[in-house]
Ligand binder design. Structure first.
Ligand code: PGA
Length: 250
């Protein structure tokens, strides 16, 4: 049984004032215990959000993680540091990291392993852009991204790998208000799960890209959509709580 998972990705948004208002307005999160809720604020706020997360019953995630363990890597944040400040999850290979900050499959794979090594659950983000979709290349793009991280193509998913999370986020759907249809997402998720092999039955596969309180229920009703990764709507406290409640009922 895969517990529904909702991850809110604040991207480069938020402030101390925003955190105070958001946490006041998300008190209802404690009604969502049958789902798991994770919030990924900008990393400078992780430390101060840790007590809030504990008190309110949600987990913390980082938006990225370094592939390096430590040393002369200006600007990087290591997996162990993230664990120390209370993170349990880290997004890896988000499309904004890939397209704007030069993270390719090989770096994403290293970051994925760096997280796993210290018990930080990596959330591997995969997805095709509009041109790739039009050219019918969706699956070959996803296969490459999943294979680089060692999730498919290397035989059975190992026991250690079964804790990881995959987030399918078609780039054309992110921040556009144009979410993929539940049926299309189910087709992609079903294929990902088949390729993961028998161990894949335990891997949670999330959908991300313009998820709102309006479309979340129908998405999460699909058998292979185990939750959602939310950007914009995670900043709107009432809507975020509403989506977590839908996940708890899914
Ligand atoms: P969005 O972002 O919900 O604003 O489309 C999703 C994401 O980038 O993770």
């Amino acid at each position: 049984m895969r517990k529904p998972l909702v991850i809110g990705n604040w991207k480069m948004n938020g402030s101390r004032r925003f955190i105070a208002q958001w946490s006041e307005a998300t008190q209802g999160l404690d009604r969502c215990a049958t789902a798991e809720v994770v919030v990924c604020p900008p990393s400078v706020y992780l430390g101060e959000m840790a007590p809030l997360a504990d008190a309110m019953g949600f987990g913390l995630g980082a938006q990225s993680v370094s592939e390096y363990e430590g040393g002369a890597y200006t600007g990087e944040i290591g997996a162990e540091m993230l664990v120390e400040v209370g993170c349990r999850y880290a997004l890896v290979g988000h499309s904004e990291r890939r397209t704007l900050f030069g993270v390719d499959d090989s770096r994403a794979a290293k970051q994925f392993s760096a997280a796993l090594r210290v018990g930080l659950t990596p959330v591997l983000c995969v997805g095709e852009n509009a041109a790739q979709r039009e050219a019918g290349e969706t699956w070959s793009v996803l296969r490459g991204q999943l294979a680089a991280a060692g999730l498919i193509g290397a035989g059975e998913v190992s026991a250690q790998m079964r804790v990881v999370v995959v987030a399918y986020e078609p780039i054309w759907a992110i921040g556009t208000g144009n979410a993929a249809t539940p049926a299309d997402v189910q087709t992609v998720h079903g294929q990902i799960r088949r390729e993961l092999g028998a161990g894949g039955a335990q891997v949670r596969i999330l959908y991300g890209g313009s998820v709102t309180a309006e479309n979340a229920a129908e998405l999460m009703a699909q058998p292979d959509i185990d939750g959602v990764l939310i950007g914009g709507a995670s900043l709107r406290a009432a809507e975020f709580v509403a989506i977590c409640e839908l996940a708890a009922m899914s």
